[in-house]
Design a protein around this ligand. Structure first.
Ligand code: UGY
Ligand code: MN
Length: 241
């Protein structure tokens, strides 16, 4: 039976689950042939904005202002150009604040973009451009558990105040304990499924879902089903609150 007037989406004060069925597109100045879904933003209380950008025509273009915001772009599918640089499926790059960011893509290209105000500090140097690919980043066992692997995509030295990681779980594997921490997360399920605990609620989640966890949102995950579950997520790091 078709579900009618129902959704898995929930937006609360300290966490949110955004399922695909509720997405509504936005377009921004300078964007041509491409749309964005602003899935996590300050409008819901988040410090790190998360967009899904979709290129609807060959040669479509998206533009970000040259301001105090840094960006991490992850190519979920398709092909993308940033100037002379070319990015494919699974490639990612970090763009420091005040850097020209005009991206052109082929039809069908889909990106997850994290956008955060850079927190400068007199003690640290400015962050630099980073480029890489998921396939080249070793997945380290998380707290010694081989069934849960963490790929840390960006350098973690103190120039960087934003981490973006990919966490992959074999079916049945879990986060080892319910985490409660000052750092916030924006998360996109890339593959598989499982159950996410957010504060005191438990949500079935699957590929395509987006989750926001505010600072101190208690969190835990168990992967379930026939394939490993994998998600990419952001985290603010290296700055004293
Ligand atoms: O980096 C993290 O805090 C990570 N272990 N959290 C999460 O996967 N929800
Ligand atoms: Mn966490």
């Amino acid at each position: 039976m078709e579900l009618f007037g129902a959704t898995r989406t929930y937006v609360g004060a300290r966490h949110a689950l955004i399922a695909r069925d509720g997405h509504v597109a936005s377009v921004f100045p300078g964007w041509k042939g491409a749309i964005a879904y602003v899935l996590i933003s300050p409008a819901m209380g988040a410090g790190i904005t998360q967009l899904m950008a979709v290129f609807e025509e060959d040669g479509a273009q998206i533009v970000f202002p040259m301001d105090g915001y840094e960006h991490v772009i992850y190519v979920e599918s398709g092909k993308l150009n940033w100037g002379e640089r070319v990015f494919d499926n699974g490639d990612f790059f970090f763009v420091p604040p005040a850097t020209k960011l005009v991206l052109k893509g082929e039809k069908g290209t889909r990106l997850t973009i994290f956008r955060k105000q850079y927190e400068a500090s007199a003690r640290v140097k400015k962050p630099e451009i980073v480029t890489g690919s998921k396939k080249d980043v070793v997945g380290e066992p998380f707290l010694g558990n081989e069934k849960t692997r963490l790929q840390v995509l960006l350098p973690t030295d103190d120039r960087y105040d934003l981490a973006v990681n990919i966490f992959t779980y074999e079916s049945g594997a879990t986060l080892p304990f319910v985490e409660t921490h000052v750092m916030e997360h924006g998360l996109k399920m890339l593959a598989g499924q499982g159950v996410y605990r957010l504060e005191d609620k438990y949500y079935p989640v699957k590929a395509g879902d987006v989750i926001w966890m505010a600072a101190y949102c208690s969190q835990w995950f168990v992967a379930m089903g026939d394939e490993p579950a994998s998600y990419i997520y952001s985290k603010n790091i290296n700055r004293l609150p």
